[in-house]
Design a protein around this ligand. Structure first.
Ligand code: BES
Ligand code: ZN
Ligand code: ZN
Length: 498
């Protein structure tokens, strides 16, 4: 694992194996605007003038210093146009730099902040490095033997290094939680039934003192969590309801309720999915993994908020004990649901978990995260999550946090008309609403279980893992992305009053 230190060393005393220098396009004062040795600066100017280095966003050129001075290599990296450069660009460039250092078998490298250092920029650079160097090699027999990954990185600033070091250390804790969520999300379905996710939750209790309880199938049956039981009963791996309680606020503030869908494998059940890409349905647990990641982050950062995490976990399988199209289920809050497609299982387990959380914890607000619908990907693609809910203010706070983290979220409406699509002729509601606005009718279904508490549903079907259409970002290696951890941690941090 890489560690990052912020240094305000004098430039001419800097010793590093690789110095990363970002350069904006169309700026010819590079020579004047940096602290580099004048011979090196003019050599770089020459490379730019000869078009050997183009400065387009993400382009790189590595220069060997041949033993002159304390810097062994310099990597030029193009930053594109200055007026388009945001924190997200810094995150991508920092991640790319870390991966380049890894390619070059370099253990230690140093980044010059690309523009004037402030907390948001230092946070983005650190996140880019920490997240890009993640890899999932648990099942590679010869794992990491041959590859050197950087273990030390420096960020050079002119002042305030201790303030910035705190920012880096918090980014370290947050990204460790993202990488933990990725590790869980990437587990293959044979190795990660609901009981295994429950074990991971209990390990959080051991490590951070987060109060954790696991409801077994018979307990769920006895208290009427019939939705979770119905979806889970087709598998020989029994369902679990994982409940985590973090009390960081001593003023008895009402908790946030976070609910995460954790279908450890979604075959569709009796309404079986086609075989193509069915393997990707191991990622159908990512909402739950994100909630585990958020609790880990919140506890390790010691945030002064109260958070309840509820993770309904099941495996959706076809068998003689599966639930069926045509079944009618009485849910935890007493509403009845007509099942018309067993592949629309996520909303059923989430609905029960939300109703349970509302009844037991009286939360101030609810946010659920779920790889809920293919329709979300049709609507917004694979780089943007949908936010749908009943509270404009909460949605705005979430979207503001997402603008800071670069995890893109777009609001979709929940007009009354959408509720018509899920009316059932035989029960209160049905579990599918037809093809039009599929992501929204799934949310309309969920709204029946929130008891009018401010609530936002995040559909992360397109963003929870890298898939067809995913934009290539250095800091999102292939597989589970941990999408949502950083944004929710940001939202909760913004709400922390010490
Ligand atoms: N887990 C899937 C949603 C999904 C599909 C996420 C593909 C990411 C990629 C969910 O349980 C599901 O199957 N939803 C159905 C709902 C439909 C039957 C109303 C879907 O989206 O097709
Ligand atoms: Zn499904
Ligand atoms: Zn699913």
């Amino acid at each position: 694992m890489v560690g990052i230190t912020v240094q305000d060393a004098r430039f001419d005393q800097l010793e590093t194996a690789l110095l990363v220098v970002g350069i904006f396009e169309n700026e010819n004062d590079f020579f004047a605007s940096n602290d580099l040795d004048s011979t090196i600066s003019s050599a770089i100017m020459g490379l730019i003038e000869n078009k050997e280095f183009k400065r387009s966003f993400g382009s790189t050129l590595v220069l060997h210093m041949m033993g002159r001075g304390l810097v062994k290599k310099i990597m030029l990296i193009g930053l594109g146009a200055r007026d388009k450069f945001r924190c997200e660009n810094a995150r991508i460039i920092a991640g790319k730099s870390a991966l380049k250092a890894k390619d070059l078998n370099i253990e230690e490298f140093c980044i010059l902040p690309f523009t004037k250092a402030d907390e948001a920029l230092i946070e983005a650079i650190s996140e880019g490095v920490f997240l890009a160097l993640y890899s999932f090699n648990k099942y590679k027999t010869n794992g990491r033997k041959t590859i050197t990954t950087p273990t030390r990185a420096k960020i050079l600033v002119n002042s305030n290094s201790s303030k910035f070091q705190t920012v880096v250390d918090n980014a370290d804790l947050t990204t460790q939680a993202v990488n933990y969520a990725r590790d869980l999300g990437n587990l293959p379905p044979n190795e990660c039934p609901p009981s295994e996710l429950a074990r991971f939750a209990l390990a959080l209790e051991a490590e951070y003192g987060i109060k954790t309880s696991i409801l077994e199938r018979y307990e769920m049956e006895s208290i009427g969590l019939n939705g979770i039981v119905a979806v889970g009963k087709g598998s020989s791996n029994p369902p679990k309801l994982i409940v985590l309680e973090y009390h960081g606020d001593t003023n008895q503030q009402k908790p946030y309720l976070l609910v995460g869908k954790a279908v450890t494998f979604d075959t569709g059940g009796i309404s079986l999915k086609p075989g193509d890409k069915m393997d990707e349905m191991k990622f159908d647990k990512c909402g739950g993994c994100t909630v585990l990641g958020i609790l880990k982050a919140v506890a390790s950062l010691g945030l002064h908020v109260n958070v309840i995490g509820i993770i309904p976990s099941v495996e959706n399988m076809p068998s003689s004990s599966s639930y069926r199209p045509g079944d009618i289920i009485r849910m935890y809050n007493g509403k009845t649901v007509e099942i018309l497609n067993t592949d629309a299982e996520g909303r059923i387990i989430l609905a029960d978990a939300m109703a349970f959380g509302v009844a037991k914890y009286n939360p101030q607000s609810i946010i659920d995260l779920a790889t809920l619908t293919g329709a979300c990907i049709i609507a917004l693609g694979s780089n943007v999550a949908a936010a749908i809910g009943t509270n404009k203010q909460l949605a705005e706070r979430l979207i503001k946090a997402s603008e800071e983290t670069g995890e893109k979220i777009w609001s979709l409406p929940l007009y009354d008309e959408y509720h018509e699509q899920i009316k059932s002729t035989v029960a209160d509601i049905k579990n599918i609403g037809g093809r039009p606005a599929g992501a929204i009718t799934a949310a309309a279904f969920l709204s029946n279980f929130t008891n009018d508490i401010p609530w936002i549903h995040l559909d992360i079907a397109g963003t929870a893992w890298t898939q067809e259409g995913t934009f290539d970002r250095s800091y999102n290696p292939k597989g589970a992305t941990g999408f949502g951890v950083r944004t929710l941690v940001k939202l909760l941090t913004n709400d922390t009053h010490i």
